[in-house]
Design a protein around this ligand. Sequence first.
Ligand code: ZN
Length: 412
Amino acid sequence: MINKVLMIIMDGLGDRPIKEFGNKTPLEKANTPNFNKIAEKSQCGLMSTLGKGVRPGSDTAHLEILGYDINKYYTGRGPIEVAGIGMELQEGDIAFRGNFGTVDEDWNITDRRAGRITDVTEFAEAIDGIIIDGVEFIVKPAVAHRAGVIMRGKGLSSNITDNDPHVIGEKVKVVMPKDDTEEAIFTANVINKFMKKSYDILKKLEINKKRKEGGELEANFLLMRGAGIYPKNMQKFNERYNFKKSACIAGGGLYKGIGAFLGMDIINVAGATALPNTNVDNKIDAAIELLNDKNYDFVFLHIKPTDSLAEDGNYLGKKEFIEKVDKSIQKLETLDDDVLIIITSDHSTACELKAHSADPVPIMFCGEGILNDNVKEFGERNFGSGGLGFIEGNDVMRLILNIMGRLPLIGA
Ligand code: ZN
């Protein structure tokens, strides 16, 4: 009987036929004896995470796979990003991704990253806690020029535009409401006041004067984008699905953010870089230890480079990286028998397009009680004839709960 779950998501794994590979995909071309062994024991299928013909972002695709309806839980990337840097969100908070940048006196952008500044702690502290019209701005430093920003107060809306024009030389944008509700108008108005106030504080900072004297760009403006509201009645992952302890193992900040947003424990693993040099062995070891020895009953393990290599059009690199992961997952044989293994992806990233595509991704369920099918090799084409058929992202958690015997009965 299944009591625990390991979900491995290889980002952007699915792909299209590559001429140089004799029209095989990077996954089909890769030598994957260990994945194939798991496929043979699995129920296999294909998945369109957000539905057929919908091109998923990584954030939205992950939320759907983990059972969170993006129409209810996703208004922008801000809340995921700020959760990822350890900021606690409350119902009704508006969260943003922030950059400390440089503007001239007319607020034209000189540099969006303040000369690739490496630490913005002092700048974030200087404008953290500002209150405007009863709304508090909480600003915390993240990696390099980045920051997390939360607006906390009554009657706020995330339906507003960014102030970041994304283009050097252009003027910082006035934040506008995207609808005519009182909340959106109020929120935009408060942010515009905050921009003025925080600029006045930042430009006078001693550290900025020193930077200027030393020929460095000042970090005198907080660019904000990706506004999202922390949803009402947000149920954390463990509570929603009745897991005791869940964990997220990821190298990339966005994926740690998704884990943190859903209340999972974030496990930092040595050498997990989200780059092709990432230490997949260490990540697999960490997952096995959590599941076998540390009483975790759900582990989400994210592997990024399959996506980034395909975004570079590097099909050979993608194939080789898949082979690297294949070697590491051999160790999954040491998992206890009560662990369900799911291996899949959030979306396809086609080397041909160097971008995410709406092509479905392979997905397999392996463990006790699983009715395996005739599919014996891990690949996009093969999985089309698997026993799982064609599913969507939001089917995954229900299928897991079914295997675990946790689904409520509909009817008598
Ligand atoms: Zn992705």
